[in-house]
Write a protein that binds this ligand. Structure first.
Ligand code: NAD
Length: 283
């Protein structure tokens, strides 16, 4: 199936990056957000990243202009009416995501594939909220999207082989590396990563070491490029908490209980880099 026109829903840190990589691969992309300010910020971020890439000779000025020509923004989801694919990247919340998928099911043409960039929520449940479950799939990009090569492709129990193949082909076309994953809480990436981050937060919570020292141990001792608390701030502490809750509920195992300190930070609005404060300060 040919995928030429794409809508990305949610212009936050993931959605804007996803829109950028699609446009850079020559696809026509509409970026959508319900909040005009978030949409402007997302598009502005793409422009800045492309300008920086020109300055560093990674892309040419005409390439930058061609990418921007392929990109448009809207706050109206109805503009997805002639899209072949929609990738949803709104907040990690099942009620919000199923509402978005139900609307998209009504708006988009019959052939369109609906993908979610969810970090952990069951694609099977999202698919069941639509009348086209065989055309629903997980397309889990990594942060920052323009830099990271991996895309986990998650098959819902209902996903057809045709849908899977179209998304695997597209992932290769945008110069990313696909890995096929079954639909279980946290998939592969976050089932392994998030308990490590949660444990790092427990280590701070229990006074074992400061955030700086926890990060230093993991960087210098384990050769991680970034410490787990810096990474948590970068991902967003609200997103980390949602994912831990999904693992906790999905497996029913107390080893996944979210650290109380993580809950406290999220309640305080300390969401990491995007809010200016998390385990570190970004003012
Ligand atoms: P974010 O908070 O930066 O952005 C979410 C955006 O969605 C906001 O701009 C918000 O206004 C918009 N939005 C909310 N409801 C909407 C709706 N109904 N219609 C249109 N727009 C809506 O979040 P993010 O970090 O970009 O995460 C988005 C998704 O990507 C989540 O499911 C998250 O789990 C997943 N994800 C995040 C990361 C990460 O490192 N942050 C990595 C991989 C996947």
């Amino acid at each position: 199936m040919a995928i030429n026109k794409v809508m990305v829903i949610g212009a936050g840190q993931m959605g804007a990056g996803i829109a950028q990589v699609f446009a850079q691969a020559g696809l026509s992309v509409i970026l959508n957000d319900l909040d005009q300010q978030a949409l402007d910020k997302g598009i502005d971020g793409i422009k800045k990243r492309l300008e920086r890439a020109v300055e560093k000779d990674r892309i040419s000025e005409p390439e930058k202009n061609k990418t921007l020509d392929l990109l448009s923004g809207t706050t109206d989801m109805n503009d997805a009416s002639n899209c072949d694919l929609v990738v949803e990247a709104v907040v990690e919340n099942m009620d919000i995501k199923t509402k978005v998928f139900k609307s998209l099911d009504e708006i988009t043409p019959e052939h369109a594939i609906l993908a979610s960039n969810t970090s952990s929520l069951p694609i099977t449940e999202i698919a069941a909220a639509t009348d086209r479950p065989s055309q629903v799939i997980g397309m889990h990009f990594m942060n920052p999207v323009p830099v990271m090569k991996l895309v986990e492709i998650i098959r819902a129990i209902q996903t057809s082989d045709e849908t899977y193949q179209a998304i695997e082909d597209l992932t290769k076309k945008i110069n990313k590396s696909p890995v096929e994953v079954e639909d279980f809480p946290g998939f592969v990436s976050n089932r392994i990563l998030m308990p490590m981050i949660n444990e790092a937060i427990y280590t701070v919570h229990e006074g074992v070491a400061s955030p700086e020292d926890v990060d230093t141990v993991m960087k210098l001792g384990m050769n991680h490029p970034m410490g787990p608390l810096t990474l948590a701030d970068f991902i967003g502490l609200d997103t980390c908490l949602y994912i831990m809750e999904v693992l906790h509920e999905g497996f029913g195992d107390s080893k996944y209980r979210p650290c109380p300190l993580l809950r406290k930070y999220v309640k305080a609005g300390w969401l990491g880099k995007k809010s200016g404060r998390g385990f570190y300060s970004y003012e």
